[in-house]
Design a protein around this ligand. Sequence first.
Ligand code: HEM
Length: 454
Amino acid sequence: MLNEAAQRSAGGSEVLRKLPRVPLTTTLRLITSPSDERINMHARVDRVFRRHGVASCQDLLFFRVVHLFGPDAARFVLLDKDRIFSARKPWTTIMGRIFPNGLLLMDGDQHKLHRKIMHTAFTRPALRSYAERMNPMIGEGIAQWNPDRETFHAFPAIKELTLGMAARIFVGADLGDETKRMNSAFEDLVAASMSQIRLPIPGLEFQRGLQARKFMVDFFSGMIERKRNGEAPDIFARLCRTVTDEGERFADQQVVDHMSFLMMAAHDTTTSTLSSMIYELARHPEWQERIREECVGLADDSPGFDDLERFQLTGRFMKETLRRYPPLPAIPRIAEEDTEFAGYRIPKGAMCVISPIHTHHMAEWWDDPKRFDPDRFSPERAEDERHSHSWIPFGGGPHMCIGLRFAETQIKLFVHHMVRRFRWSVAEGYEMPVQQAPISKPMDGLPIHLERID
Ligand code: HEM
């Protein structure tokens, strides 16, 4: 049975075509190639696009993947006007045992209701209060970075800082000694969700993840009553307290599951973006200087959430970083009905993959796409406005990132504190080795030379 979109095409003179099939040899090459080639996702998917066009299918070990390329495909799948695509199914396969019942692991009406309740933790007043508390944490955190070392590895330092912030902003400032244990459990959870071997074998990542999940569940559950009855401004407390006008609220287990998922969704993505920004700012000292001037001119130690809109240059730089290094290079969905795209029949059950990293580098939509050029986002050039779905680091449609303003706030505040305290560079000829999938990150810890500004 075809859905409406497919019937429209099939009913006209157009007959739906079969998807071109990526040959088995390409799939085998992917499986047997060295790991650095396997993780260069852009090169890999671009090869498929050039050979087969906007839609093709590929049999991977246990399932069929349909590659859909370009902003029209992103709009079709992410907006999902005909309600054909499930986010729950692919994301449950990927991380369901470690992060069950997260917002992204829900579809339809259930997702709509949970998103509505969760939204109360991301309103403007809530974001204002997070920004207020982020400022001293970032300021004090980076003040401890040591510029005297020959090389400073920026990635682990940023990771530690964002973890500390997650403990305070998400869970509350009253954790004390528990912070360390929670952070370590949280790291095990994230590692397990990315793990290649998903068997509960003692000593392996996945088993450590299952144990960490138990720790987190007990840890959050033990705090719920206090959070429900108190007035704390952290995200956990807000999720506990929220009751919608219609009387809807999260049950205890739902708060626990949402908290684990939220922290995971926030952490690696923001760390990835900040690392890529630090790298590109090191490679573009003229931009580092322009942004420093803007930050010094606009605010002191504590810009508020409402000030951040005026940080135009940081904003442009952030957008260009997210274009070149989208933390989530691919977004999966499963078609729950037969459908069609661009005249091709997509069978029910196919795993359809949208590639932000590919869309972000299409010469049809971006001038000189491999060039790092933040001014492409200036009001005069506005290259991102050529199509509603050509810039999609935060996804789109019903599952569009709920934390995007939170992320933007954290990123802008971090850059503000960083440029006012330090100048930094990378060694001549250095090129950051990037692992693009599953979440983009530098493979060498990102060595930089850091110099304190007096
Ligand atoms: C630069 C940082 C970030 C990037 C690039 C990013 C990217 C994304 C993307 C692409 C999706 C959609 C995935 C899909 O459709 O399958 C998503 C969803 C989500 N993100 Fe983010 N994210 C970031 C930061 C955050 C932060 C800081 C939070 C929380 C504070 C967060 C919470 C979520 C949640 C809860 C969802 C699921 C939304 C839903 O299903 O309705 N993200 N994110």
